[in-house]
Write a protein that binds this ligand. Structure first.
Ligand SMILES: Cc1cc2nc3c(=O)[nH]c(=O)nc-3n(C[C@H](O)[C@H](O)[C@H](O)COP(=O)(O)OP(=O)(O)OC[C@H]3O[C@@H](n4cnc5c(N)ncnc54)[C@H](O)[C@@H]3O)c2cc1C
Length: 385
């Protein structure tokens, strides 16, 4: 259930998350990132905070937070360290798909456990040959009695090593034309035939488990077909895009805001040619552009999220927010690197992590190239002459 985005309870939760971010997350971010080590202690703290149930409805044991409240939480976390957002974000995308599309039995079985973080999930869409073009996936699930038998491979699946299962996009009818009519989502718990091949080594977004998966005669009970009807998987996936894009927008804007804060501080501490570098006009221009990008992105996120919370169509707004937030993250982290000069290259300073983490936001939940096309098509269709 979506509550009033401005309710004081929700604001209190944002404040509680912010306090945790400053007290518990900030001091350990660099250690886990540089060691590329899974932050188990952070996961336990996030469970206690209730983050794994943030957007799950109260009737299923979650907090039922609005999209705007959730976006503010993501902004707070990402402004210090973006990677942990992925641990609860992919999980909540799976939960939201179950809540929107699942049978009542599926909701009762999964959502209460997901709300506490006892069961942690991921999103299994991408394959080695298919990312943007999901209709080209090759993983096939064939019905045999009361089970689907799954064969295929997925890659880049975040949360899949330490999580308990994935929402798996498969072809239940590989011959269907158009292909999306033969695609389904399975709630795939780990079990025999579900193999986590290994954790991928990444430029950024480290410490988090992003893995390759293979499925060899992996059996899933028919009751785990999301919504109970075949051929709906592509539409069910697309139905989560608006919320997913608002979340990625908030991650990008959080990175941008965090990079700006670090740069603002450094520019006042560092001196060159007899004065703090913030008094050089070249640095001032950067700070001004960065701050403007951050505030612009946050306004677009708020606009998209509040439309989402009102139940209004917001595909254009969510795409704009995602584009602006992720580009702000990439641009501001790069400008902050320039402000830090040579020290930007030292792992003693945290700005290099923001720079390494930022680009992913331009790729995930629809690449920005594709999003620009979404925006342009919407503009034309809403402004036909
Ligand atoms: C760290 C990380 C974590 C991830 N986590 C997950 C996860 O948890 N679950 C999951 O399912 N996936 C995950 N992904 C995969 C991610 O969603 C894909 O990488 C993304 O969708 C892009 O797909 P691709 O990499 O195959 O690129 P491609 O689709 O091959 O695109 C390559 C380039 O071509 C461009 N392009 C492609 N088609 C078009 C078009 N029609 N018009 C214009 N340009 C186009 C793209 O914009 C891009 O520039 C993750 C990826 C990374 C790197």
């Amino acid at each position: 259930m979506i509550q009033d985005a401005s309710s004081s309870d929700q604001q209190a939760f944002v404040d509680a998350v912010d306090a945790w971010v400053q007290k518990a997350l900030r001091p350990v971010a660099r250690k886990f990132d540089l060691a590329d080590e899974y932050p188990h202690e952070i996961v336990e703290q996030m469970k206690e905070l209730g983050l794994f149930g943030a957007t799950i409805g109260e009737e299923y044991g979650g907090l039922g937070l609005s999209a705007w409240t959730y976006a503010q939480i993501v902004l707070k976390v990402a402004s210090v360290w973006m990677a942990p957002c992925g641990i609860f974000n992919s999980h909540l995308i799976m939960a939201s798909a179950i809540e929107r599309n699942g049978t009542e039995a599926q909701k009762r079985e999964y959502l209460p456990r997901m709300a506490t973080g006892t069961y942690r999930g991921s999103i299994g869409l991408t394959e080695p040959n298919a990312g943007s073009d999901l209709q080209a996936i090759r993983t096939v699930a064939r019905l045999s009695g009361d089970h689907y038998v799954v064969n295929g491979a997925k890659t880049w699946i975040t949360n899949s090593m330490h999580g308990d299962g994935t929402l798996l996009l498969v072809k239940t009818d590989p011959e269907a034309e158009p292909a999306h009519r033969g695609m389904s989502l399975l709630i795939a718990d780990k079990g025999p035939g579900f193999h986590v091949v290994g954790k991928l080594k990444k430029l950024g977004y480290r410490a988090i488990d992003t893995c390759e998966l293979t499925f060899q005669d992996y059996r899933v009970p028919r009751s785990k077909l999301l919504g109970g009807v075949e051929g709906k998987g592509f539409a069910q996936t697309a139905g989560g895009l608006e919320l997913g894009r608002i979340n990625v927008a908030a991650r990008g804007a959080g990175i941008a805001e965090g990079a700006l804060k670090l740069a603002l501080r450094y520019a006042q501490e560092r001196e060159a040619f007899g004065k703090p570098i913030c008094q050089h006009q070249a640095i001032q221009l950067k700070l001004a552009d960065m701050a403007t990008q951050v505030e612009g992105a946050k306004l677009l996120i708020k606009r998209a999220a509040t439309k989402y919370d009102r139940g209004e169509r917001c595909d254009l707004e969510a795409a704009m927010a995602k584009l602006a937030g992720s580009e702000a993250g990439a641009a501001c982290s790069q400008e902050a690197m320039r402000i830090f000069g040579g020290y930007s290259y030292s792992v003693e300073y945290e700005i290099e992590r923001y720079y390494r983490d930022a680009m992913l936001m331009c790729i995930g939940e629809g690449t920005n190239e594709i999003l620009r096309q979404v925006i342009a098509k919407q503009l034309v269709s809403r402004n036909r002459i």
